[in-house]
Ligand binder design. Structure first.
Ligand code: AMP
Ligand code: MG
Length: 353
């Protein structure tokens, strides 16, 4: 696992002429952190090194706590809360978890329910509450239908003061679809507030950029869902985030059939039409992360609607046939990499600014 992560992080480093120095003569500083099973590379200009060095241990310690508190199946705050929901009891929640529940409620609403972090029981049923990739028979249709019929939703959760309760005992939180974005947003804020306002945080191709890098833009790879390389790259402006959701590396395998870890809450079955979704937002990694997952669920017929209702302009999807669907705004800012054929591009105008 360690070797895979290392390889992953190396290949997905920022592309282009970005190594070396920013506007000052000092070389950039690189730090490696770890959150939710992913390596996070943080690059800070040399001129901000002292500040970064002071704050980095706190960020690292908080990432460890978030990993524990937000874990969907190991003992921690979230599993305790899920147990409280199941037994109909209210429970005290930390300010950070409360904030994330609020965010998740909004994402579910804005995505018209395709992003739904209350479906933890379904995700567990498909075998994804394990560090190992699940193999063997898929769950029975009746077990799936039973859970879908319970309609777990973030809207079932009530927050009052520092307490949370659920009107639906089948609600089980799984923040795997936006936790990384929320963690990088928090770390970016901490860096900016503590004297390191110009940085790039890169978690295996999911990226938050803050501030500037001298007069250069940060060019970032958009992962190829079928390999370790990149299908395209985009220059990110200060404050932008780029997140990609893919089916290729985490799946349930049964007799040669691969089932994605992204589940359609409406049917209870894994998605298969879209193999990868990438989204750029302005200053909101949690939204980009949630949106990339949501668009994977929305599918070829509905992604445009969900993109509009989530307020997205820059979207790129890869379907099962290898075709690339993207907004005109995204098209205007990407550079295709490798052997991606321009003819496979399907450009959509969402009619947004
Ligand atoms: P990502 O890699 O950001 O697309 O997140 C995938 C993870 O999100 C999965 O491993 C699940 O933990 C969770 N997930 C799966 N399906 C959904 C869904 N429809 N809505 C919200 N979270 C989901
Ligand atoms: Mg996501």
């Amino acid at each position: 696992m360690g070797a895979i992560l290392k390889h992953f992080a190396c290949v997905l480093l920022l592309l282009g002429s970005l190594g070396g120095c920013s506007s000052s003569d000092l070389p950039d500083e690189h730090y490696t952190l770890y959150v939710f099973g992913t390596l996070v590379e943080v690059v800070v200009p040399g001129s901000e090194r002292a500040a970064a060095e002071r704050i980095m241990p706190q960020i690292s310690a908080r990432f460890v706590e978030m990993h524990r508190d937000w874990h969907a199946w190991l003992p921690g705050e979230m599993t305790r809360l899920n147990a409280a929901f199941a037994s109909g009891q209210p429970m005290k929640v930390s300010p950070m978890l409360k904030g994330a529940i609020r965010q998740a409620q909004l994402f579910e609403k804005e995505s018209d329910g395709v992003f739904n972090p209350a479906i933890g029981k379904l995700i567990g049923l498909w075998g994804f509450h394990s560090d190992d990739l699940p193999v063997g028979p898929a769950p029975s249709p009746s077990a799936i239908d039973t859970l879908v019929a319970k309609h777990p939703s973030m809207a079932d959760i009530t927050l009052f003061g520092n307490m949370a309760s659920s009107a639906n005992p089948f609600v089980a939180l799984d923040f795997g679809g936006f936790a990384k974005g929320a963690a990088l947003d928090w770390a970016a804020q901490e860096l900016a507030a503590n004297g390191a306002p110009d940085a790039v945080l890169n978690a295996g191709g999911d990226v938050n950029v803050i501030g500037t890098h001298g007069d250069r833009e940060w060019r970032v790879a958009i992962r190829d869902p079928k390999g370790w390389g990149a299908i395209a790259s985009a220059a990110l402006r200060p404050g932008e985030t780029l997140y990609t959701s893919g089916n290729y590396f985490r799946y349930h395998e049964d007799r040669g059939v691969r089932y994605s870890h992204i589940i359609d809450p409406r049917t209870g079955y894994p998605v298969d039409e879209i193999v990868s979704a990438s989204v750029i937002t302005q200053g909101d990694g949690a939204l980009a992360d949630a949106a990339a997952t949501a668009l994977s669920v929305a599918g070829l017929d509905h992604w445009q609607e969900v993109a509009r209702s989530m307020g997205l302009t820059d979207v790129l999807l890869v379907d099962q046939q290898g075709r690339i669907h993207l907004t005109s705004q995204m098209k205007a800012r990407i550079r295709l990499e490798g052997d991606t054929k321009a003819g496979a591009l399907m450009i959509e105008d969402l009619g947004m600014p």
